[in-house]
Ligand binder design. Sequence first.
Ligand SMILES: O=C(O)CCC(=O)C(=O)O
Length: 264
Amino acid sequence: MLSEKEKWFFDHHGYIILKDVVVKEDITRMIELGDRWHEMTLEELPPPLTSTALSNPKASPTLARWINHVHYADETFQRLVLNRQIMRVILALTRQNPCLVDTALTKNYRTSDEINFHAAGRDYQVEDGAPYAGFLNAAISLVDVPAGTGFVCLPGSHKRNFELPDSVSIHDGPPTVVNVPVQAGDCVIFTEALYHGAKAWTEKYPRMTVFNRYIGEGSHGSLPIEDQRNLIPEEIYDLEQAAVPGQRKKVADRLLRDLAADAA
Ligand SMILES: O=C(O)CCC(=O)C(=O)O
């Protein structure tokens, strides 16, 4: 499902860029909803929308706020969770057995905090000639992000053979630190084992990004939200179940069939 070049790129860098994976109408709708929800307080958000950014009393007042569970609130986010072009890569990187653990819609202003380098876990390896990542983030940009702002990472740091020197920061440039400019509708899929962060936002319009997180087989996240399961399609409920070794999900089978038909 990944070309040899894509396997090489992901293994070498820890991320991969998919261009233009979302239709314009869905981008417009997601921005419209994002603008509406980001004006609301935590209490005003329609359940089960929440914001773990706001529920932490120690969070900086200028932290770029994110809103979780957006796929329980609108079909555009559901389409994004099941997006075939994105799922082709997520399936390939999780031994075709992913579990959706979080969706979050983030809005950054020029006053929002930058994000220093961080990484989660070390679950990255190459097995049978293919990369495997146990924790993945699909970051879909809803706006154009020019060079010099937005996502930054330390390519190759997901292999973690050596610890990150204290002197390295998001303000360093290439070749150590790489900034990834994208257009509205592009997706950057990265392993959370990769050191990544964000430079301060520089544009007049806000930055809006959807972060969909998937894990492979292993411990489970906070989804599904059982008492709201009527708000999501059965396939997404399936995708939110813990991935069990040797038991491929129906949603994965269906996506793999569609991907095979696309490739035929
Ligand atoms: O804003 C970004 O692109 C980085 C987000 C980030 O650091 C994260 O999702 O963990």
